[in-house]
Design a protein. Structure first.
Length: 416
């Protein structure tokens, strides 16, 4: 059960984030919050723990002191004790159900007021922009080039934003607007480091308007293995995760890199991007066998994700122990499917044993099979996207074998 002070702290964090009522947060928001907390505090609170704290999953245990300290630091306080002392001084009262309803109603009203105000301000700003200035997208130039095929990979962005009405010029490195950096309108160059492979949408932003957007592929040299730490991953040598039997990372390898498996397991990931010609999502066949043998302590759910990187939103297929499917979240290449409001029970399996996952598209109809049984089926919404890479992400220790990908009945990748 959450006590009054913790409820107050979570409410403060919600207000600081400005993402609206947490009751409406999808699973991907907790993934984003996990990243933000790691970047600000250098401590990781897993997305699953964050979901439990915000009541998305039933959980009656009290959070650890480390978790409480980290949340307090993220909110701008020294630690949990300091926040508790301050809360007592301000005579914190227990929120009643009526108060919670009123607070949510006020937030919705506040959001509407802010939105209307922003629209009014933007409208007025356009009216008062000098006639010699223009915010037309044709007045801006944006380009980039990665400097290598290895990771980390620095990307040099070039831009011309001299037509901007003021100095509110930003380069956004991906879909995530928290990775937006202010740059000078008078300059023409900005460089940034990408630590993970994948397909990104880099953007030149003037004020809050995206004026230029370009696809950016961060490739790998064959398969890349990593322990996904923040702010910099631990990159694995090929002989630490690739063998004749497939790909795997042992507990001893993780511990050798001074990474702890408890209390929260690290993310182990394998990626292969930019090493084959793009494959249309309208006609492809993909399969792999996966296993997550680590189910100790906080790793009982044995979470893992199988990812197809595309030129749009990825296709990300989750698997877990059967009892944990309510917290799963799937991406179908266009949108998110949340396990809290969709039956994803077919994605629950005994991951201590090998599980075969297949994804088959024929004429734009995608079927996902788990152990050769249909788990999910849907029509491709965006027929112009292509598959550019593969990925696997495990909470704890992961194993992969028998990876196969083909397009138009032609083998593109047969590995491991």
């Amino acid at each position: 059960m959450k006590n009054d002070v913790l409820i107050h702290l979570l409410s403060l964090i919600e207000d600081q984030l400005g993402w609206g009522d947490s009751a409406n947060w999808p699973s991907k928001d907790f993934e984003r919050l996990n990243i933000l907390i790691q970047e600000r505090t250098k401590v990781s609170i897993s997305a699953s723990t964050l979901r439990r704290l915000w009541g998305k999953v039933d959980y009656n245990n009290q959070p650890s002191v480390t978790t409480l300290d980290t949340l307090a630091m993220f909110a701008g306080f020294e630690d949990w004790r300091s926040f508790c002392i301050l809360s007592k001084k301000t005579d914190l009262k227990k929120p009643t159900e009526e108060h919670i309803i009123k607070t949510r109603s006020f937030r919705q009203f506040y959001t509407v007021v802010v939105a209307v105000s922003v629209v009014a301000i933007i409208t007025l700003s356009f009216l008062f922009i000098p006639s010699g200035s223009s915010v037309g997208v044709e007045n801006y130039v944006f380009g980039f080039h990665p400097v290598t095929r290895d990771l980390p990979n620095s990307v040099i962005f070039t831009y011309d934003a001299r037509s901007a009405p003021d100095d509110s010029v930003f380069i956004q490195q991906s879909w995530d607007n928290t990775r937006r950096t202010r740059v000078s309108k008078k300059s023409h160059l900005f460089s940034s480091i990408y630590y993970k492979p994948g397909f990104y949408h880099a953007k030149l932003v003037i004020g809050n308007q995206v004026v230029k957007e370009s696809p950016l592929l961060i490739p790998t040299r064959g398969w890349l293995g990593m322990i996904d730490m923040q702010p910099v991953p631990v990159y694995l040598d090929p002989d630490e995760f690739i063998s004749k039997n497939g790909m795997s990372v042992s507990a001893s390898t993780i511990l050798k890199h001074k990474v702890l498996l408890e209390p929260q397991p690290p993310i182990v990931a394998f990626y292969n991007t930019g090493n084959f010609k793009p494959i249309s999502v309208l006609n492809f066949s993909y399969s792999a066998e996966v296993k997550n043998t680590y189910k100790t302590g906080a790793s009982r759910c044995q979470y893992l994700n199988v990812i197809l990187f595309t030129s749009g939103i990825p296709i990300s297929i989750p698997l877990s122990a059967p009892g944990c499917i309510a917290s799963l979240s799937m991406l179908d290449g266009v949108k998110e499917i949340d396990g809290s409001s969709t039956d994803l029970s077919a994605f629950g399996a005994d991951l201590s044993k090998w599980v075969r996952l297949s994804c088959i598209s024929r004429n734009g109809q995608i079927s996902i099979l788990v152990n050769n049984k249909l788990a999910y089926k849907y029509q491709v919404a965006d027929q112009h996207i292509s598959i550019l890479g593969l990925g696997f992400r495990f909470h704890g220790i992961g194993e992969v074998r028998h990876v196969a990908l083909s397009g138009n009945n032609k083998e593109v990748l047969t590995d491991l």
